[in-house]
Design a binder for this molecule. Structure first.
Ligand SMILES: [Zn+2]
Length: 157
């Protein structure tokens, strides 16, 4: 049973990473699967079977996301959400990257889409069931999840 214990440890490790770096939305009453741990577990298995790649990117090391934000604002509010999206949008436009607001995904919408990079950007809390559906049904694209102003989680599909 040693191997099984080992894979169980690896799954827990990825679940912890997801828990620590992605803010799950509390609004999930209509979702067929509501348990965030179970949803993260499904995503962790996709990571460990190498179907998707997930990495954490710190903004200090990546000038691509060197946008300025207003630290004083309330992080949970919609004002924070909107100002971050607006900052990213201006930043990308200054780099001549065309963006689309509230682009359609397989399920639901993201906050921003960068056409040239096939990159969907989600800011703030995210519905994890929606995320799993999109991971399972989209390919050849990338999702960036920004839960705070210091780093993001990149999911490559
Ligand atoms: Zn569960």
């Amino acid at each position: 049973m040693k191997n099984l214990n080992k894979s169980e440890e690896s799954i827990e490790e990825v679940i912890n990473f997801l828990n620590n770096n992605i803010d799950a939305s509390p609004f999930n009453q209509d979702d067929p699967i509501k348990c965030v741990h179970c949803l993260f577990r499904k995503i962790a298995i996709l990571v460990l079977s190498k179907k998707i790649k997930i990495v954490k990117i710190n903004f200090e090391n990546k000038l691509d996301f060197n946008f300025k934000t207003d630290q004083e604002k309330n992080k949970q509010g919609s004002h924070w959400h909107n100002s971050i999206i607006e900052n990213i949008n201006i930043f990308l436009k200054n780099k001549n990257l065309e963006t689309e607001k509230e682009p359609k995904m397989f399920f639901g919408r993201a906050d921003l889409f960068v056409k040239k990079k096939k990159l969907y950007i989600e800011v703030g809390t995210i519905n994890i069931y929606k995320l799993l559906c999109n991971i399972n049904n989209m390919k050849d694209c990338c999702i960036h999840i920004l839960s705070n102003e210091k780093n993001l989680v990149e999911i490559k599909l």
